[in-house]
Design a protein around this ligand. Structure first.
Ligand code: NAD
Ligand code: TYD
Length: 351
């Protein structure tokens, strides 16, 4: 194999799209999916590629030094694309320690392993850390996040991601570890766990249940189709400048309420409901604690220096997403009922 690349969190939402892209596009690379399979990790996401000869799955916790070093040793790893994380803001408010442990200690454990195994020859190695725009805080007074915006994380989730970003850059400075970092806006698309806004609202609309909109629904997010995030990760992994940071986003800001109204409109059409029917399900609920008002990414550096651009408009991406969830109702039902957690046992423990 030309390269041996660990993708952490490959059984999750974004990670599974990155694994699929790399496994299919680069048959000359061995792709090692390292995932603990928390509630958010679902190997069904990768059922279509799990038999490919250049794909392997290693069930491991990124905070487990022994397990991580064993993977580095076994596969002579020369690249890491690090996505494993606790990723849901609401969960970070009720259980911050889990986020600090996974996102900070887990990242440090991976960095330490990379330094240990690569220190004698850093040539051709790369540690690519995937982060979020939420580290920059909330844009209450207009403007956009650029790569030089000061960090101002305001939730336990974003604070833990900011800590991990700092560690990655510190290892680059101190140990000369070749790193690259990207900070992306909100993702949507197939395989997103139905605790996040769009799949949660989809599931509730489909089942004619109330759609919970936090506060007045005026918070703004900048949405990017997950396939476009995966293509940006591919571009940055191969063409990004070592030591640099790239912001990823689609210039696509929506207030939550406008987004939900658009989703309701698409769902009315797809489910043959009278126009306006799904909107009646919108229910304003108590706001999230410390709810950031607005995120918006300036991705011109990535677009100009590395010639990346998003491939779909939001309207097209959202429609594709709705179609995917409608066609894959079993995937969603397995999650809602909890049976997806048995997939690993059936597929892997019996071998
Ligand atoms: P996700 O919650 O869907 O998936 C996370 C994956 O990490 C799961 O497969 C889970 O099993 C795995 N994982 C968690 N803890 C682990 C541990 N200790 N050891 C090994 N594996 C572990 O997350 P996602 O939405 O796909 O996000 C992936 C990455 O992208 C995260 O780092 C997140 O911060 C970042 N990100 C997400 C978004 C977004 O909108 N979802 C936007 C920007 C950046
Ligand atoms: P979310 O998908 O949790 O992503 P993030 O908090 O990382 O941006 O939420 C997106 C937006 O939707 C955010 O402003 C919170 C809001 N939201 C709701 O209004 N209702 C919900 O049920 C959820 C999960 C989120």
């Amino acid at each position: 194999m030309e390269r041996n690349i660990i993708i952490t969190g490959g059984a999750g939402f974004i990670g599974s799209h990155v694994v699929r892209l790399f496994v299919k596009k680069y048959p000359q690379y061995r792709i090692i999916n390292v995932d603990k399979l928390t509630y958010a990790g679902n190997l069904e996401n990768l059922a279509d590629i799990e038999k490919e000869p250049n794909y392997v799955f290693e069930k491991a916790d990124i905070t487990d030094k022994t397990a991580i070093e064993a993977v580095f040793e076994k596969y002579k790893v020369d690249g890491v694309i690090h996505l494993a994380a606790e990723s849901h803001v609401d969960r970070s408010i009720t259980n911050p320690n889990e986020f600090i442990f996974t996102n900070v200690i887990g990242t440090a454990t991976l960095l330490n392993a990379a330094v240990k195994f690569w220190k004698d020859n850093m040539q051709g190695k790369l540690f690519y850390h995937i982060s979020t725009d939420e580290v920059y805080g909330s844009l209450d007074d207009g403007g956009f996040f650029t790569e030089t915006t000061s960090y101002d994380p305001r939730s336990p989730y974003s604070a833990s991601k900011a800590s991990s970003d700092h560690l990655v850059r510190a290892y680059n400075n101190t140990y000369k570890l070749p790193v690259v970092v990207s900070n992306c806006s909100n993702n949507y698309g197939p395989n997103q766990f139905p605790e996040k806004l769009i799949p949660l609202a989809f599931n509730n609309i489909k089942n004619s249940k109330p759609i919970p909109v936090y506060g007045k629904g005026e918070n703004i997010r900048d949405w990017l189709y997950v396939i476009d995030h995966a293509s940006a990760i591919d571009t940055i992994f191969h063409k990004g400048k070592v030591g640099d940071t790239y912001n990823i986003g689609g210039n696509n800001e929506w207030t939550n309420i406008d987004l939900i109204r658009l989703l309701c409109k698409i769902m009315d059409q797809k489910l043959n409901r009278p126009s306006g029917e799904s909107e009646k399900l919108i229910t304003f609920v108590k706001d999230r604690a410390g709810h950031d008002l607005r995120y918006a990414i300036d991705s011109s550096k990535l677009q100009q220096e590395l010639a990346w651009a998003p491939s779909v408009t939001f309207e097209t991406g959202l429609e594709k997403t709705v179609e995917w969830y409608l066609q894959n109702s079993q995937w969603l039902n397995n999650i809602v009922s909890g049976t997806y957690e048995k997939y690993y046992e059936q597929q892997y423990n019996s071998r």
